[in-house]
Design a protein around this ligand. Sequence first.
Ligand SMILES: NC(=O)c1ccc[n+]([C@@H]2O[C@H](COP(=O)([O-])OP(=O)(O)OC[C@H]3O[C@@H](n4cnc5c(N)ncnc54)[C@H](OP(=O)(O)O)[C@@H]3O)[C@@H](O)[C@H]2O)c1
Length: 320
Amino acid sequence: MKAAVYKKYGPPEVVKLEEVEKPTPRSNEVLVKVYAATVNRTDCGFRSAEYFVSRFFSGLFKPKYRILGNEFAGIIEAIGKDVKLLNAGDKVFGYNDAKFGAHAEYLTIAETDAITTIPDGVTFEQAAPITEGAHYALCDIRAAMIKSGNNVMIYGASGAIGSAAVQLVKYFGATVTAVCNTQNVEVVRSLGADQVIDYLTQDFTKTDQKFDFIFDAVGKSSFRQCKPLLRNKGIYISTELGKNSENIFLALFTPFLGRKKVLFPLPTIKKEDVVFLKELVESGRYKPLVDRSYPLDKIVDAYKFVETRQKVGNVVITLS
Ligand SMILES: NC(=O)c1ccc[n+]([C@@H]2O[C@H](COP(=O)([O-])OP(=O)(O)OC[C@H]3O[C@@H](n4cnc5c(N)ncnc54)[C@H](OP(=O)(O)O)[C@@H]3O)[C@@H](O)[C@H]2O)c1
């Protein structure tokens, strides 16, 4: 089968299209013919090994799994002998950042992992980007225990995580103030944000509102900057470690030092989360934003674009 393979850590060009052996499903796995995947910041992080810590999961000196791609959508072509929940011919989507593998014509995944059927009327290109940004956003929203009536600021609302966060926070019944640049104001408003601050024309720290939760989805702010905007018992979460990895230390100490605190939840994803996201898509409460698509043989260009850090939502990879 055709696959985008990387054998060493480095820039987008380390990824090359190659013919590799088609995988065989184990007894508890399904074989998925992939029709769409994404290139996202998780793929970029594992490919570049920019943060050394990722090598503890992906291989200290060289990649353990040579095909990236954590989000996928496709059709089940074969099932292992013990598979009960899914059938050959099912249209499915899901997420796998343990062994990746979606930048290829076929992948295998355990039926109990983060995979479920695609809602009716949703294309492979729309289904593939449902999970990555949304599951990070969901972990953080759950950690902050957001509920109806809360006031939430989402900084960096136009990225994959931020655009999912706006929709999920609205689903949980909170009011959203989103921060993005001028050209993304309308699209972020269309996701359901109650107010939008254009960070090019307005200093978001000068708002007179107070928030129960400030979620920095792009890791460009700091707790120090945001603390005055938090209500008593307010929570700050960033998707990045921050200057000198301060968000880790702040998450360890702020719960004991005052009433406003930093959290740094470790992201997880289970089958139930994918099913939950599917139900939101079905009920029209969540729709992943797609910036643009590239065919698999242009995947290096997709990586280069994602690494401009300017994508609006998600970048999809199509396979035939
Ligand atoms: N903790 C984890 O496990 C984990 C996993 C994946 C990703 N991440 C991190 O999460 C962050 C977000 O990932 P993502 O995929 O959602 O990002 P993304 O889609 O690449 O974010 C791009 C968007 O962010 C906006 N942006 C950039 N700088 C901004 C700023 N200063 N203020 C407001 N908006 C800004 C960009 O718009 P502009 O045109 O305004 O620049 C663009 O629309 C990244 O930093 C990534 O490294 C963490």
